[in-house]
Ligand binder design. Sequence first.
Ligand SMILES: O=c1ccn([C@@H]2O[C@H](COP(=O)(O)OP(=O)(O)O[C@H]3O[C@H](CO)[C@@H](O)[C@H](O)[C@H]3O)[C@@H](O)[C@H]2O)c(=O)[nH]1
Ligand SMILES: [Mn+2]
Length: 389
Amino acid sequence: MVGHGGRRLLVRRQLAAEPGVQAQPHVPIRRVPNLALLNQHVDPPTPSGGGSSSQLPGVDVFINTVDPVDGPVLCTMNSVLSILATDYPVDRHATYFSDDGGSLVHYEALLETARFAALWTQFCRKHRVEPRAPESYFAAKADAPYAGDAPGEFVGDRRRVRQEYEEFKARVILNHPGDEPQLGTPASSSSPLNFSAVDVRLPMLVYNAREKCPGYDHQKKAGAMNVQLRVSALLSNAPFIINCDCDHYINNSGAFRAALCFMLDRRHGDDTAFVQFPQRFDDVNPTDRYCNHNRVFFDATSLGLNGIQGPSYVGTGCMFRRVALYGADPPRWLPDGASKLLDNPHRQLGNSMPFINSVTLAAHQERPLTPPASLDDERLVADVKESGS
Ligand SMILES: O=c1ccn([C@@H]2O[C@H](COP(=O)(O)OP(=O)(O)O[C@H]3O[C@H](CO)[C@@H](O)[C@H](O)[C@H]3O)[C@@H](O)[C@H]2O)c(=O)[nH]1
Ligand SMILES: [Mn+2]
């Protein structure tokens, strides 16, 4: 799902690399999501081509950043663009951008990004390009086969969008979009790109910098994610959450739907607290001399853990079930089959009543998500046993 753009960070990773002991992969299983089946059941195309019949659940995406030098701003804004342009109904996902540095440069860059996103997302949808982080898209050497519906307009549009990307001006979007598609405008003298058949809406994007006091431990990224959890609970309260470090981007716009195949699977969906995507890395030297791709961890150990109880959370590129983060009992944990949400909400969650109420609401939102019985015989996730162990 996620690529890694930070050359400097790769170098740091390389210095930290040690020939550690790897867990033996006992039962390697590769799990393959069935996106076509998911779409057929919860997001079938409407006759008018609109998206209002979608039953896909809400997803809140958290992206964390702190230092605009450590995590270069252009790299961070590419992460944001890849999230905003992902293939998911815009009224069902919201992005929470946490700026632990509280820096004006992030704030202003996010404003610019939101404005550029209007053009970028339309271009991605019209021509179905991948990946949807513009820096990586324009840097790619070989173009993938054309997947959109307007091949004759592709070259001109691409040149124009590339030019706009170089200039990179944007504006902020803070409103909840409606669920009816809004088509763009045909080409004109002031706007040469034809987006008349493309939905122009953007998902919600929220800038968020927490108050800090000298001498108080703000728990860095973990503290920032707690704030995102609480803020998003009041604004969108989506039952699913994805988190993304600022030096990662989503390299496949179907990623949200792929994660939901696991969450909505009738066999194991309810038992799944989180779905971890493997990380892939950009800018590694061709022979991967320093093992920066982490192949043993992502391609062997994680598959091995899949056959036991599932892989570990690696800190980024992960979809969570919101209520799992609130300390709820796992389903079927208690002998009578009941699972308790909270023993003592004030002790566990603090004094904010709006937040505590949002937790109950989030738990209730889970119910309608049970996948349709028609999926009993078909599988949203196929297990492929790996040969050898
Ligand atoms: O006070 C802070 C410090 C860091 N961050 C963010 O935390 C993330 C991770 O920081 P980074 O400097 O990129 O650390 P890495 O050495 O790359 O390690 C990370 O990379 C792993 C995945 O590759 C994650 O699992 C870990 O959480 C994380 O520490 C970034 O988005 C930062 O902006 C904050 O939000 N607040
Ligand atoms: Mn990092």
